[in-house]
Design a protein around this ligand. Structure first.
Ligand SMILES: NC(=O)c1ccc[n+]([C@@H]2O[C@H](COP(=O)([O-])OP(=O)(O)OC[C@H]3O[C@@H](n4cnc5c(N)ncnc54)[C@H](O)[C@@H]3O)[C@@H](O)[C@H]2O)c1
Length: 373
């Protein structure tokens, strides 16, 4: 198959879908890989690195025109709409429910869109989301370390155990998930007192074995949360929030309970989600204050660690890209029901239920599509 790896054009997106080692794997299996000039530069890979791995460096237009599959990281932006054509396979994070205009373009152009974020594994988990969650949790804690500094507008608390000073308290709601564990691992390793609030006792027991003894585990309920708000220095939200929920766990009024020098890091960064006062921010303007509390709610934390994130993402997605390339898209979708979960649209038909429900569009079930293959 001819596969095109394009340079990401979204603001502050430095990741690349395939790193040279992944390109080599695909080339070794007989596929032709185009990589756009400078596609890897944000992740510190040069065009020469890709050429050595067997890729052909080309310009954006050539790649979109000649490739059978476009392999990328972020959704399709308006500048890319002109390249969409019938039967072109697009493998990327699509987030069709959040981008209605793009979804309509994907449908109109009759591309085959497969979204990383909806591919599942045998346990119903999301193997192409979780690696980025871990990085987001880790990066979110490091952002607290950075923006908490006096020279960066913070309140000057060093998030580390220092003799003669109160040990900082880091509270992580949803701390037993992928992002929460990532945050807890670094926060605890620096000697902070870490409190994890979660609802799943079984997972709490598992996670407890993996983290050191300066991590405490509490049931996530209103009383425990209010108690934590009073003593915490950094509150982190790592819950996978149900987008249809109308309530919150932390209300704007609750912020008054928090110490004036504390901060909130919202990894989930759902607008009006678990923390009422949170709305998503960008790397250009990552923080804002509400009720005197600093909020950091960047929605693409992993991009700040583009090299690491690209390596992790590329190796997580590679088996799926290879399966599509080796078998052809239709056979791969038919034979792999977990990959099929990611099918967002197929030649003009919307196949992702949550997007159809959210935007009141006609749904063609994924199973119906593969019946015809
Ligand atoms: N900001 C970013 O750059 C970025 C990057 C990756 C992921 N994310 C987002 O981070 C969020 C979390 O992702 P994840 O992969 O870590 O999720 P996950 O499913 O692995 O973990 C969620 C955890 O929340 C717990 N939970 C559920 N309801 C709870 C409640 N009421 N109180 C306490 N805990 C509760 C679950 O038991 C689970 O342990 C998602 O919304 C994801 O989209 C953001």
């Amino acid at each position: 198959m001819i596969i095109g790896v394009v340079k990401e054009i979204k603001n502050n997106e430095y990741r690349v879908a395939a790193v040279p080692s992944a390109v080599r794997e695909m080339v070794n299996r007989g596929h032709k890989i185009f990589v756009e000039k400078n596609a890897g530069i944000g992740s510190s890979y040069t065009d020469e690195d890709y050429e050595e791995a067997g890729a052909v460096i080309a310009d954006c237009e050539t790649i979109w025109k000649e490739s059978e599959m476009i392999y990328k990281v972020k959704e399709i932006l308006p500048q890319e709409y002109k390249y969409l054509r019938e039967g072109l396979i697009i493998l990327t994070y699509i987030h069709s429910n959040a981008h209605l205009e793009m979804t309509q373009k994907l449908l109109k152009s009759k591309v085959i869109g497969i979204a990383y974020e909806d591919v599942t594994d045998k346990d119903g988990k999301f193997p192409l989301l979780s690696p980025m969650s871990e990085l987001a949790g880790k990066g979110g804690f490091l952002a607290a370390l950075h923006y908490g500094q006096s020279v960066n507008g913070g309140r000057g608390i060093l998030l580390n155990r220092v003799s003669g000073v109160d040990t900082p308290v880091i509270t992580i709601i949803g701390g037993c998930g992928h992002s929460g564990m990532g945050a807890a691992e670094i926060a605890a390793s620096l000697g902070n007192k870490v409190i994890i609030l979660d609802v799943d006792k079984e997972i709490m027991d598992e996670v407890k074995l993996k983290l050191p003894s300066n991590v405490e585990f509490l049931y996530s309920n209103r009383l425990n949360l209010l108690r934590c708000l009073k003593e915490t220095d950094v509150l982190m939200n790592c819950i996978l929030w149900n987008k249809t929920r109308k309530d919150h766990l932390v209300y704007r009024d609750d912020l008054k309970l928090m110490k004036k020098c504390s901060m909130i890091v919202d990894i989930a960064c759902d607008d009006n989600g678990a923390i009422e006062s949170c709305h998503s921010t960008t790397h250009d303007e990552p923080i804002y204050f509400e009720e005197g509390i600093m909020h950091y709610c960047v929605d693409n934390v992993p991009s700040a660690f583009a090299r690491t994130a690209s390596v992790v993402l590329a190796h997580a997605t590679l088996p799926y890209a290879l399966e599509i390339a080796n078998k052809g898209c239709e056979r791969a979708l038919k034979e792999n029901k977990y990959l099929l979960k990611g099918l967002t649209c197929y030649k003009g038909k919307l196949t992702l239920e949550e997007t159809a429900v959210k935007h009141k569009l006609t749904l063609t079930p994924q199973e119906k599509i593969v019946e015809q293959f």
